[in-house]
Design a protein around this ligand. Sequence first.
Ligand code: PLP
Length: 455
Amino acid sequence: MTVPIRNHDIAELRRLDLAHHLPAQADHRLIASLGGSRIITRAEGSTIFDGEGNAILDGMAGLWCVNVGYGREELAKAAYDQMLELPYYNTFFRTATPPPVKLAARIASKMGGHLSHVFFNSSGSEAVDTVFRLARHYWKLKGQPQRRIFISRWNAYHGSTVAGVSLGGMKAMHAQGDLPVPGVEHVMQPYLFGEGFGEDPDAFAARAAQAIEDRILEVGPENVAAFIGEPVQGAGGVIIPPEGYWPRVEAICRKYGILLVCDEVICGFGRLGQWFGHHHYGVKPDMISMAKGLSSGYLPISATGVADHIVAELREKGGDFVHGYTYSGHPTAAAVALANLDIIEREGLVERTREDTGPYLARALATLNDHPLVGETRSLGLIGAVEIVREPGTNKRFLDKEGEAGPVVRDLCIRNGLMVRGIRDTIVCCPPLIITHAEIDRLVSIIRRSLDEAE
Ligand code: PLP
């Protein structure tokens, strides 16, 4: 079915945007100086179109989420059918509806063995809030209420709610909310290029994991509820840890009986070439948060995967777990998520990312290594980063001296027809899993051209 292209009055939309709309995570003075936001009007496949008619390759899959690409009629149909049958009902009063029940079983089959239950929410932040509440509740049920502390990493991103910001390691976000809440400890991130430049990757992995154990010992293992981490840190700059890091983190958690939580909001649903990021690293978390690729962003839905031993505690001890949202288990969002998983499976997008497009992206990004502004390229599956440096062969940054280079190169990329993100001195990409080789070539050639223009 071809969707008619609607004409929008872009000047009027930009006027209304400035007059009435406060966009999320934005510098409102900057947007005002630009005369309003860029209006994106439609999208198809891996391409978005703005109000001026520019076609922009979406190197970010929206916000790390549109895994199956844009324009999927069957997702619209799934929402339409479900809305007519039962648009909404809740799960508060010992009720459930068919789509979230089926979706829970489907997600459980993807998570594997010991993770066989899910709790639904609408956003990644809420999925993380559920982790926060459930972990502390679990330890109370277990008779260890003093286990309240969460260990997380600097520059982690776990969302924008109070618990999400607190568990996250973004200092600017902490500063704006007098956060973190008490009981959250941050340790170094496993950022080899930034914090272990020139170091042996395995020695660095051991050092980064040791920082976790040191902090556990400092605060007392008996007081620690959980460690939380993104398998690959996304918004922190696509930090791909050395392979030995996660198994060490898991061993430390087991040694002290601490819950291991993987925030899979970006890494889940094929991004790293496996259904979940922790599958790539071969660890067994006690809880995982997921969102984004679960519905490819077509409707808001998220989930928290919960290990059997935690569910057993809830079932054995009983009493309400007084946590949940109006839209927990939203039937229409769940129906869309089910249809989205159908597409991922039918088109083999996880395997394709692992065996074809992921390695292709890695090779294509590596061609940028000869550029004088490039210090490193790295990727895993279809998430990648280009480090911009002042001197080739070093990790010397612009941001120390002349402001951040990432946003400058990002703006050039957008002007040249590619949506990427600039995080400090790093350009990051996270395209839809349907991206083609030709589109990956274009993505990389636009980054090169933009780096040339930035020189
Ligand atoms: N956790 C991670 C790892 C994320 O990347 C994000 C969002 O980017 C979140 C949590 C928060 O998700 P949401 O923006 O849907 O609340």
